[in-house]
Design a protein around this ligand. Structure first.
Ligand code: FRU
Length: 519
């Protein structure tokens, strides 16, 4: 293919979304640094933690090593944003010490000071995190749940003197997600956490965030080929109808994810304030048979969307999640230099009934929303068999495309193409399978597990396939059929690989529309 080489411009300060600026030398010095996906300016990052919205500010805490670009010294880093896209990195919020590492957890605004950690006039923001006790602690080897609180909207944090608040004498009890339950059974705080190795979600309740009472245990069920981590539980209306709602239980799993390594699965069901009853359990118990993996609910069918959890404190009904855009299979080897790992774009999740079945829909918070003039557009036209290069460069961009496959065997796009590099997004018409192939996407040999092809079944709707694709220097996030299935993958092409092409194979297809925003 004759590849176009339009250079992508350096980001200006006003369009730099990430807290990690590319530096004075611009992207040439840091070609993989995303513009719209949060990265810590330096050093290691994994799970999003303590996602909470308060007084116009979104807080993103995260697993962070303040001292190096590898996992270790786990502490809570902190970033803030007013629009979920432009993040400002803040000082480390909760640092590790010689007694404990600060593992994943959540944060809530304790508006009525139920914890007594603030006062009526100054209610606290409370972080509920996992203390991973180390050598210098009498609890060495255990994981238990602890509190820290802030009386200045997240700027400074104090550990609660009565920590830990919940200890099961377990080595793998972690990742508490706390929310305020208000329903038939009463009003109280609920914690969902995991016994990771048992593949169980454990539920507790509390009136004050300090004293916890066991409610119930869920699992093992569905995918159990790895430890269960970072759960979440929330209620969503189906098609916006509050009289018809489901509870969504999120369970991240590593390894044993649908595309290999880390991934997030979800269960739909009912929660009565005590017990979660799943209506999407396909297999119960610990089982090794992987043949049903595609029957389970997956948050994403790619390799790089893990530890996804949702914000608390958003009162307008939106449920917004962020995932860690990486995979434990190779996270420590990605070729990004002094920083390692980005977050996914935030996603709004909702429930829809499609062909009688309730399913999750995800929509990315779009960096280009409101930018009404696309950089490049194609209207309805025939697509002859073959590859058609488009006269537009796309490295930090949103691409919206709609196909009618016609007589083609497959249709799709090449993104981040140049020289021998390309990431292939293809749709197999006969089998209704959408694939993302990153085997030739650029640097891929830094780890044997990295080159991969992801696949998800995507039925045509009214004979059409709609894809929304977000590119941001080192990532490709594909939202199929308005977010009914998503594939998120990292890619590491050279900076000049910005060409975009559409293709049809084995016959002619119809391109309904294609828009590119960005560059
Ligand atoms: C998930 C996880 C969590 C743990 C944290 C440690 O990626 O393993 O279970 O709390 O990372 O960094």
């Amino acid at each position: 293919m004759n590849v176009l080489t339009t250079a992508a411009g350096a980001p200006s300060a006003s369009t730099t979304g990430s807290a990690g600026p590319a530096g004075p030398a611009g992207p040439a010095a840091d070609p993989f640094r995303p513009e719209w996906h949060f990265t810590s300016e330096r050093n290691w990052l994994n799970d999003p933690n303590g996602l909470v919205y308060l007084n116009g500010t979104y807080h993103l805490f995260y697993q962070h090593n303040p001292f190096g670009p590898e996992w270790g010294n786990m502490s809570w880093g902190h970033a803030t944003s007013r629009d979920l896209l432009r993040w400002e990195e803040q000082p480390v919020a909760i640092p590790c010490d010689e007694r404990e590492a600060i593992f994943s957890g959540s944060a809530v605004f304790d508006e009525h000071n139920t914890s007594g950690l603030g006062s009526a006039g100054t209610p606290p923001l409370v972080a509920i995190y996992t203390s991973a006790y180390s050598g210098a602690s009498p609890l060495a080897g255990r994981q238990a749940q602890s509190l820290a609180y802030s009386l200045d909207e997240g700027t400074t944090w104090t550990k609660y003197s009565g920590n830990p608040v919940l200890d099961r004498a377990s080595a793998d009890f972690r990742d508490p997600k706390v929310f305020w339950y208000d329903g038939g059974a009463g009003s109280y705080w609920v914690m969902v956490a995991v016994e990771a190795v048992e593949r169980q979600v454990v539920l507790y309740k509390s009136a004050d965030l300090k004293n916890w009472e066991h409610l119930s245990t869920f699992g093992p069920a569905n995918a159990t080929g790895g430890v269960w981590e970072c759960p979440d539980l929330f209620e969503l209306p189906v098609d916006g109808n509050p009289a018809d709602s489901r509870w969504v239980l999120i369970v991240n799993i590593n390894p044993g994810g649908i595309a290999g390594g880390s991934a997030g699965q979800y269960f739909l069901g009912a929660f009565d304030g005590v017990e979660f009853r799943s209506e999407s359990t396909v297999t119960e118990g610990l089982q090794q048979d992987g043949s049903l993996m595609r029957e389970y609910g997956w948050l994403d069918w790619g390799r790089d969307y893990y530890a996804a959890v949702s914000f608390s404190g958003i009162a307008d009904g939106r449920r917004i999640m962020i995932g860690w855009m990486n995979n434990w299979d190779y996270a420590g080897s990605i070729p990004t230099g002094s920083w390692r790992s980005a977050m996914s774009l935030p996603r709004e999740v909702s429930l829809a009934r499609i062909d009688g079945k309730v399913v999750l829909r995800q929509t990315a918070i779009d960096p280009f929303a409101g930018q009404d003039s696309p950089s490049f557009s194609l209207g309805p036209q025939a697509l002859a068999p073959g590859v058609q290069e488009l006269p537009v460069a796309a490295a930090v961009a949103r691409i919206d495309v709609e196909f009618e496959p016609g007589t083609a065997n497959s249709v799709g796009l090449l993104v981040r193409a140049g020289g021998a590099e390309r990431t292939v997004i293809s749709y197999d018409v006969a089998d209704c399978i959408l694939r993302l192939d990153r085997r030739e996407s650029g640097q891929a040999d830094f780890h044997a597990a990295f080159p991969s092809v992801e696949a998800v079944a995507v039925p045509l709707q009214d004979g059409r396939l709609r894809l929304g694709i977000h590119l941001d220097r080192c990532s490709v996030e594909v939202f199929a059929q308005d977010g009914l299935a998503t594939i998120t993958d990292l890619v590491f092409p050279v900076e000049a690989s910005t060409a975009l092409a559409v293709f049809a194979e084995g016959g002619g297809a119809h391109l309904v529309a294609l828009d590119v925003v960005g560059r």
